[in-house]
Design a protein. Structure first.
Length: 247
């Protein structure tokens, strides 16, 4: 079985990395290329860059940023936000991304997941699911949908998604721990890897998430001090979590 992954997440808005609580109250925490490079140097397994305003502002993808990130880091990274079709995804991969993430566009037209997986391969397709109390939200958490997270994750897997990036809006930015009940329910519903997101405050929270998910997304716990990632790896190993040796 693959070792668990630690994946710093960089939410990008207007070219800067931002972080909030429950998807609101955003604050500036740095430059995406600099932060991405710092996390790569500190031993991240992968990175995720999400343009959190692209859908709301009906903008395109972060192609230019992806090119600069690819020149700076040597680890795999996923990019999401503004991917509405195969051409958008292909442009991101051509610029240097390893995977693309889709969210609202897939909810509006689920066939998009099928098209992406058939054209790019499942390994390059991540479906991001934002949920509160098990209900899926779209458009950066601002719009309700009729879908449940477990059912939507299962459909995305059938359509060819290679991973599910599951964010608990209720836990987001709180540093009080992941939504383990939601994460476990989604992980039980699919056979593809699930990335747990939202709520990491200390090593024990991350260790608990990695008992039910295959990867943990990290944001608030790291952004003020990217070097914290190296210490976090050691703390997790002390808790018995098997991790790859950092490069």
């Amino acid at each position: 079985m693959p070792l668990p992954r630690l994946i710093p997440c960089l939410d990008v808005n207007a070219g800067r990395v931002v972080k909030g609580v429950h998807f609101s109250g955003l604050r500036d925490v740095g430059d995406p290329v600099e932060l991405g490079g710092a996390y790569s140097d500190a031993g991240a397994d992968e990175l995720v860059f999400l343009d959190i305003s692209a859908t709301l502002e009906q903008r395109g993808t972060l192609v230019e940023l992806v090119g600069r990130v690819a020149e700076r880091i040597a680890i795999p990274f996923t990019v999401g936000g503004g991917v509405r079709g195969v051409a958008d995804a292909e442009a991101l991969l051509a610029a240097g991304a390893d995977k693309v993430s889709v969210n609202s566009a897939a909810l509006e037209r689920p066939e998009l997941v099928t098209e992406l997986s058939q054209r790019l391969g499942s390994q390059a397709v991540v479906v991001a699911i934002d949920a509160t109390a098990g209900d899926v939200r779209s458009r950066a958490g601002t719009a309700r949908t009729a879908r449940r997270a477990t059912e939507w994750a299962s459909e995305c897997e059938r359509r060819g998604a290679g991973e599910i990036l599951l964010t608990s809006i209720d836990a987001d930015g709180t540093r009080s721990g992941y939504d383990l009940e939601l994460t476990a329910a989604v992980a039980d519903a699919v056979a593809v890897p699930v990335i747990a997101s939202g709520g990491a405050g200390d090593a024990s929270h991350v260790a608990a998430a990695l008992e039910v998910a295959q990867a943990a997304l990290l944001a608030s716990i790291l952004h003020e001090d990217p070097t914290r990632l190296a210490r976090l790896r050691t703390e997790l190993q002390d808790l018995g979590v098997p991790l790859r040796d950092a490069a």
